[in-house]
Design a protein around this ligand. Structure first.
Ligand SMILES: CC(C)(COP(=O)(O)OP(=O)(O)OC[C@H]1O[C@@H](n2cnc3c(N)ncnc32)[C@H](O)[C@@H]1OP(=O)(O)O)[C@@H](O)C(=O)NCCC(=O)NCCS
Length: 159
């Protein structure tokens, strides 16, 4: 059974040990970088939600959600006042078993509890070559906006 657990003293170190395949390295930042970014965001008044992904008691992945950050970065208009999926990965040992799909479903369910207030959109960006992520997000209703965030395609979900 997949569940999301907030990052704690007990699990953060193991989260740093999770890895994607070599071919996927360009698709997602390291978890250590993402958690550092979460720290900087949080100490500057931002809203960020890093979660460890467990299958029963086994740590299998990491997902980091945020709200309303980076409004002036990269010229992407919808980042302000919307939720975002900043980072998402399932360790290479556990991919292809349905864990990613279920973790994403639960992440969206969490967002719909409105931890930072109600919003219309959830925002994501991915590398054009990341066909797996593109299809997965599309199956949840994410639609590409035509905008780019750096070299990544922007897609949004109506909440
Ligand atoms: C994207 C990712 C999180 C998906 O996690 P996962 O646990 O492997 O995904 P699931 O097993 O739930 O599969 C989800 C869908 O992707 C498909 N899929 C998974 N791995 C695939 C692969 N290597 N090639 C093609 N399709 C793949 C599955 O068939 C499934 O489709 P379906 O539900 O329509 O049958 C994982 O591949 C990953 O960590 N990738 C590297 C990091 C990354 O790209 N993160 C996203 C950044 S935006």
């Amino acid at each position: 059974m997949i569940r999301l657990e907030k990052l704690t003293y007990e699990n953060f170190y193991d989260v740093f040990g999770l890895k994607v395949n070599k071919a996927q390295k360009e698709f997602v930042a390291s978890n250590m970088f993402s958690v550092a970014e979460a720290y900087v965001t949080a100490v500057n008044g931002g809203h960020v939600f890093p979660f460890a992904i467990y299958n029963d008691r086994k740590l299998v992945g990491f997902i980091q959600l945020a709200y309303g950050e980076n409004a002036d970065q990269d010229g992407v208009s919808m980042e302000k006042d919307s939720y975002e999926i900043w980072r998402f990965m399932i360790d290479k040992r556990y991919q292809g078993r349905g864990y990613g799909r279920e973790a994403l479903r639960q992440a969206i369910e969490f967002i719909r509890t409105w931890p930072c207030g109600k919003a219309d959109l959830c925002w994501i960006s991915y590398e054009p070559e990341n066909e797996t992520a593109k299809k997965l997000y599309a199956s949840f209703g994410f639609e590409e906006t035509g905008e780019m965030c750096g070299d990544e395609i922007v897609a949004v979900l109506k909440l």
